[in-house]
Write a protein that binds this ligand. Structure first.
Ligand code: F6R
Length: 605
């Protein structure tokens, strides 16, 4: 959600700050701002519109500077209005940007007010600026270290003081921060992506780190206040993640990256070894009698799909719950259950809170399936499987979903084997299928021209119904979510058997009905559901496997999937639904990568 960039250099640093903000735009924000030191005075530009608007304001006011901090803000405390946009000041001396939420801001504010501090914003962040000012004695590094000790909650901050030019401090406590090392210049950001092009030499800060950056030095104090050295990583992959290449949108690029993302996710798998999930996993897997999966949005749908695998092949009872519901209801903990949290970002507030709630209830075994190493969710779980989707920039999740499914399939087969339901030839068969998946996905991606033709028709619709059965029901849910969030067309998904219990009343010529039709044991049932729709004049759009004998007819439009893929079929069937959503959104001219009102990482409740 919020984003931070900062820099000290001997050149005008404003374009670097603005480019960094552009790279963080995908995370979602509702205001943005930048502050620099000019001749010992802080100058600032803010916007409650897009970064492009901020850039124009910077041009108009000829804002230049060699030391600066910048921010994209997602409003939590205080409306998204100009005076709440960061950077935030104390006494025109301290400038600060902040990601996260300060839980004890009210009590801190009261204390500061009693000491004569005046507040001009409604943000929780302003208390940090004043706290730093209150202990500042010409040593910003010392002041930041003293001030953060008083904060409860989550923060990543970057700060400068107008009387210490060419110096910026930052601190990490619960929200990520990275330092970038340059030649006689140094940088910081909340996401390494923001620094792509400026430097590839990165230090990923640890919890409690406070850092001072000058032109030629970076000093880091750890959570105990001791000066420490941190490992410098050379990371070259970020620049390609932020380049669109031949694509117009990141969502399109990321859909087409799926064969590569899956190859990378399974590259190290030669056998279904429990240790793939971390040291000690075998022991845990042997103790558990059930799974409790917690997640939100698309990640929740990957959990729903996995339930079919876990119960049918590993024969282990599995409950899947939306994290924001689980955290607030009374539930009965089962100490022999493995709690699995699924998250692309690893920072989703509800999923994180669900995990903490499970821990508080006394759950003993936790595992993360996550795309971001070192994220909060990964740090809080004993076991983990990292997907290797690479940075996902489009707000609508695509490659993260299919790689999560791969991870969950590997988990299902591992448990199937450990629980005595698979012999070595079945395991070899599963492994072969997994390895062929990237090639199978490439064949599905080649259906794009046919899907574009359907998308043109869909672009004038206001409602779409998605149907699926069995493990393809969650795929129908995911197809509906992709369509609604990117094209703003109202879409709903039902298990096809539920049609006659209500949604059939909606079926008219005006509402397309998209159906996922794999050649599985439910095919004949699904065909009956298709006839129910046709008999009422509905228009069916079916993604049908070979040998289903579902063919084009009046009111029945069929795209033939290249091959039937057995248990892994959901991973293939979701891809045309992603493409359908993407091209429908393009035809309607929406902001595909940054749909209205949505953010990439939902780090607030
Ligand atoms: C939809 C989408 C969201 C996320 C959800 C959870 O396309 O991306 O529904 O899946 O916000 O996010 P993560 O997986 O980061 O926890």
């Amino acid at each position: 959600m919020c984003g931070i960039v900062g820099a000290v250099a001997q050149r005008n640093i404003v374009p670097v700050l603005v480019q960094g903000l552009r790279r963080l735009e995908y995370r979602g924000y509702d205001s943005c701002g930048v502050a620099v030191i000019v001749d010992g005075v802080a100058r600032c530009a803010r916007s409650v519109s897009r970064v492009a608007d901020l850039e124009q304001k910077i041009l108009d006011s000829q804002l230049l500077g060699e030391t600066g901090i910048a921010h994209t803000r997602w409003a939590t405390h205080g409306a998204p209005v100009t005076h709440n946009a960061h950077p935030i000041f104390s006494h025109e001396t301290i400038a600060l940007v902040h990601n996260g939420i300060i839980e004890n801001h009210e009590i801190l504010r009261e204390g500061l007010c009693e000491n004569g501090y005046k507040f001009v914003t409604q943000t929780d962040s302003e208390v940090i600026a004043h706290l730093i000012y209150s202990v500042y004695k010409n040593d910003l590094f010392a002041a930041v270290r003293a001030a953060v000790k008083q904060l409860h909650g989550a923060y990543a901050i970057a700060v400068f003081s107008t009387d210490q030019p060419h110096l910026v401090c930052c601190a990490r406590g619960g929200s990520p921060l990275v330092v970038g090392l340059g030649k006689s210049e140094n940088f910081l950001a909340s996401d390494a992506l923001a620094l792509a092009g400026s430097t590839n030499r990165l230090i990923f800060l640890k919890e409690g780190d406070v850092v001072e950056l000058t032109l030629d030095r970076v000093r880091i104090a750890d959570c105990n206040g001791d000066l420490v050295q941190r490992q410098v990583h050379t990371v070259n992959t970020y620049s390609s993640a932020v380049e669109l290449g031949p694509y117009q949108h990141f969502m399109h690029k990321e859909i087409f990256e799926q064969p590569r993302a899956i190859s990378d996710t399974i590259a190290h798998i030669d056998a279904f070894d429990p240790e793939l999930f971390g040291a000690g996993a075998r022991d845990v897997f042997n103790k558990i009698d059930s799974l409790l999966i917690l997640a939100c949005g698309t990640s929740y749908y990957s959990g729903l799909t996995a339930k079919y695998w876990l119960e049918s092949i590993a024969k282990i009872p599995t409950q899947v719950e939306i994290a924001s519901e689980y955290r607030y209801r009374d539930s009965v903990p089962n100490h022999r259950s493995l709690v699995v949290v699924i998250s692309q970002s690893g920072e989703t507030a509800d999923t994180l809170a669900g995990l903490k709630h499970a821990n508080e209830l006394g759950h003993l075994h936790t595992m993360a399936i996550c795309n971001v190493e070192g994220s909060a969710i990964v740090r809080l779980t004993a076991l983990r499987f990292l997907t290797h989707a690479g940075t996902e920039i489009g707000v609508a999740s695509t490659k993260a979903f299919t790689t999560q499914l791969v991870a969950l399939f590997v988990l299902s087969v591992t448990l199937e084997w450990l629980r005595g339901h698979a012999d070595s030839s079945l395991l070899a068969q599963h492994l072969k299928q997994l390895r062929h998946l990237p090639a199978a996905l490439n064949s599905v991606l080649s259906l794009e021209p046919q899907i574009i033709a359907w998308a043109e028709e869909f672009s004038s619709k206001e409602n779409v119904l998605f149907l699926g059965r069995g493990m393809h029901y969650p795929i129908a849910l995911e197809g509906a979510l992709k369509l609604k969030e990117t094209s703003y067309i109202h879409a709903e998904a039902y298990p096809a058997g539920e049609l006659k219990h209500g949604p059939l009343a909606l079926v008219t010529e005006a509402m397309p009905v998209v159906t996922v039709a794999p050649n599985d044991m439910l095919l004949e049932k699904l065909k009956s559901n298709i006839q129910e729709v046709r008999a009422r004049g509905g228009q069916l759009y079916v993604f049908a496997d070979a040998d289903t004998r579902i063919v084009n007819d009046e009111g029945l439009h069929v795209i033939r999937m290249p091959e039937h893929y057995g248990l892994l079929s959901p991973i293939l069937h979701v891809v045309p639904l992603q493409l359908l959503a993407y091209h429908t959104a393009c035809a309607r001219g929406t902001d595909v990568d940054k749909p209205r009102n949505l953010a990439k990482s939902v780090t607030v409740e």
